[in-house]
Write a protein that binds this ligand. Structure first.
Ligand SMILES: [Zn+2]
Length: 214
């Protein structure tokens, strides 16, 4: 899996975002009780933040064009979406809600089989992209620490065989993935080492209006 292919895919995503203002993705994470939960992700190009959890509606809002300008790794994007999913699950308005969401995001990536090498990439991106923090967000270094706490809170276990990309190419598997959506894009990162599960980021791009809750 080449980096070039990854960049190309992100470029396509950026173009697609520009072409159809309303991009609809979704993210599925292991919820607080261990069951998988899925949240819709909406593109809001004009938004002030990069990403935001809409607690009232149970949706995640992302300013994709703004996010892409930072050239984030796919690992960071996954972490960011998991962070927002954490907000939706916690439904928390307390002062430490950001810390809890960071912890949840780190925990999620561990459960999903992200390796320590992936986390090194995440750390690099966090330090590069996140600033000194604000009234609710801790400085980047602190957020890295909390994220890793969440990551390390889950004991390691064998990687999931279903994500082993040896049998078919990720792109083919993506294309054959059952979906009611009109457009589906998959982004895969490189596998960290032979035999380890690939990290998967599935972006569902939906240009049809009204196809919600998919
Ligand atoms: Zn947050």
């Amino acid at each position: 899996m080449s980096v070039r292919k990854l960049i190309l895919t992100f470029s396509l995503l950026a173009l697609a975002a520009a072409a159809w203002g309303q991009r609809v993705n979704s993210i599925t994470v292991p919820g607080l009780d261990g069951r998988q939960v899925t949240f819709p992700v909406y593109s809001v190009p004009g938004m002030n933040n990069i990403a935001k959890a809409d607690l009232a509606n149970g949706t995640i809002l992302v300013n994709w064009p703004r996010l892409m300008r930072y050239q984030p790794s796919s690992q960071l994007i996954r972490l960011m979406l998991a962070h927002e999913a954490g907000h939706l699950l916690h439904q928390d308005l307390s002062a430490d809600r950001e810390d809890r969401a960071d912890y949840f995001a780190g925990r999620t990536l561990r459960i999903e089989g992200y390796t320590s090498r992936d986390m090194a990439i995440v750390r690099e991106d966090m330090l590069r992209i996140l600033g000194r923090g604000d009234s609710t967000h801790a400085p980047a270094e602190e957020r890295v620490r909390i994220t890793m706490q969440g990551y390390n809170s889950v004991p390691s276990r064998p990687t999931r065989q279903t994500w082993n990309a040896s049998s078919s190419s990720p792109v083919n598997r993506c294309a054959s993935h059952p979906s009611h959506l009109t457009k589906t894009f998959c982004v895969f990162t490189t596998r960290s080492s032979g035999g380890t599960a690939s990290i998967r980021l599935l972006f569902l791009l939906n240009q049809a209006i009204g196809m919600r809750g998919g």
